[in-house]
Design a protein around this ligand. Structure first.
Ligand code: CP3
Length: 355
């Protein structure tokens, strides 16, 4: 089955016919669909309120809370898709990796993975490890009506960067040292992570997610030849593993201007683009047969309404010749963003692109 086939399983026809899924399938749309990476749980006061006193990873395991947080930006901004509230490290935590998300820092791993013996600690992920994911997505798809839900996971490289470094890094020196110095261990680690990631995405799709996004947020640190040799095979394995479900697969990274062609080659239906490459140039790099997602610089939202609208219009103009365009930011919503600026941006994109 391909992304162009008729709806199946749990997905209602109205969801299948939504502007977001149509744009992903490169079909004509009534308006350019828009959603924001990190729209859930970043800048919203109602998010901070419901999260009070609840650690991040604990919040991801509470289906009612997950449902509420996922719905908040849909209600407030009228975006064309919801993104499941979770985190890229949730499947790793679920298989027993000793990690936590430290506020203001990010994921921190108690014992980093540096040796073959460490790798043996990464076991398979089964649906029984994450019953709360199935439960939350079931609740969500009932509440969302025609609005599609995007499931997501971290790509093998980005997950490996946290596991090998032990936390966030700017240089990825330990991860890259393994990639260059022990290519077999590196390949085995990425392959292991590909299986875990594919299993995590399958649970989300089977529970009712209508599309999936693979976040390879930090892949931009790699030269194209290294990406092709040492990372692409694992990401391609993830995309292949979920292809049979027929939902659109989105592939995103930051600073990936030089990798856009390869990221498309890995098997995605939609390639996410950050703000550094205009979409009319990005489409040349990605090649035909893929939709694009992006790519307003998230800091533009701090500059005032007229600037936001002018810059959003530049994105729409650059996307005019695309077969499929999903409007988004070039990376996640920044925590200090004014939520009203996001709501106005959704209204602007819908109005300016109405056909
Ligand atoms: O729209 C959404 O926000 C959906 C949920 C979501 C979260 N993380 C929740 C979260 C998504 C899609 C992610 C993905 C994620 N997590 C990525 C890829 C996306 C990207 O921005 O490139 C990465 C690299 C991570 C790892 C991670 N988790 C980081 C870097 C951080 C931020 C640390 C900080 O506090 O600055 C987290 C924590 C995290 N994940 C928060 C949320 C809402 C903030 C924690 C909190 O509110 O206490």
């Amino acid at each position: 089955m391909t992304a162009n086939d008729a709806p199946s399983g749990k997905q209602p026809t109205a969801t299948y016919d939504s502007a977001f899924l149509k744009a992903c399938r490169r079909e004509p749309v009534p308006h350019t669909p828009v959603w924001f990476m990190r729209q859930a749980g970043r800048s919203l006061p109602e998010y901070r309120k419901v999260r009070e006193g609840i650690p991040m990873l604990e919040s991801c395991a509470r289906p009612e809370l997950v449902t509420e947080i996922t719905l908040q930006p849909v209600r407030r901004h009228g975006v064309d898709a919801a993104i499941y509230y979770s985190d890229i490290v949730v499947p790793l935590k679920a298989i027993g990796v000793d990690l936590d998300i430290k506020p203001g820092v990010g994921p921190v791993v108690e014992q980093p993975i540096r040796t073959r013996a460490d790798l043996a600690r990464l076991r398979d992920l089964t649906p029984e490890d994450i019953p709360y994911v199935t439960e939350a997505i079931g609740m969500l798809t009932r509440e969302l009506g025609a609005t599609p839900l995007i499931g997501f996971a971290g790509a093998p490289f980005t997950l490996a960067s946290y596991l090998v470094e032990g936390g966030p890094s700017r240089t990825y020196e330990n991860a890259k040292a393994m990639m260059y110095g022990d290519p077999q261990l590196w390949a085995d680690l990425l392959d292991r992570l590909a299986d875990i990631t594919a299993a995590f995405l399958k649970v989300q799709i089977e529970a009712g997610a209508s599309a999936v996004q693979l976040f390879d947020s930090w892949a931009g640190a790699l030269a194209p030849a290294d990406y092709r040799r040492s990372v692409l095979p694992a990401s391609a394995k993830v995309f292949d593993a979920v292809a049979e479900h027929g939902v659109p697969r989105i592939h995103f990274g930051v600073g990936t201007g030089e990798l856009l062609g390869l990221m498309g080659e890995a098997g995605a239906d939609v390639v996410g683009v950050d703000w550094r490459v205009p979409l009319d140039e990005a489409v040349r790099r990605v090649g035909p047969g893929k939709a694009l997602q992006g790519n307003l610089d998230p800091t533009v939202l701090f500059a005032g309404k007229d600037v936001v609208e002018a810059k959003a219009q530049e994105v729409l103009d650059a996307a005019a010749g695309l077969e499929g365009h999903v409007f988004n930011l070039g990376h996640g919503v920044m925590p200090k963003t004014d939520p009203d600026a996001l709501t106005r941006l959704v209204e602007y994109v819908h109005g300016a692109s109405a056909r």
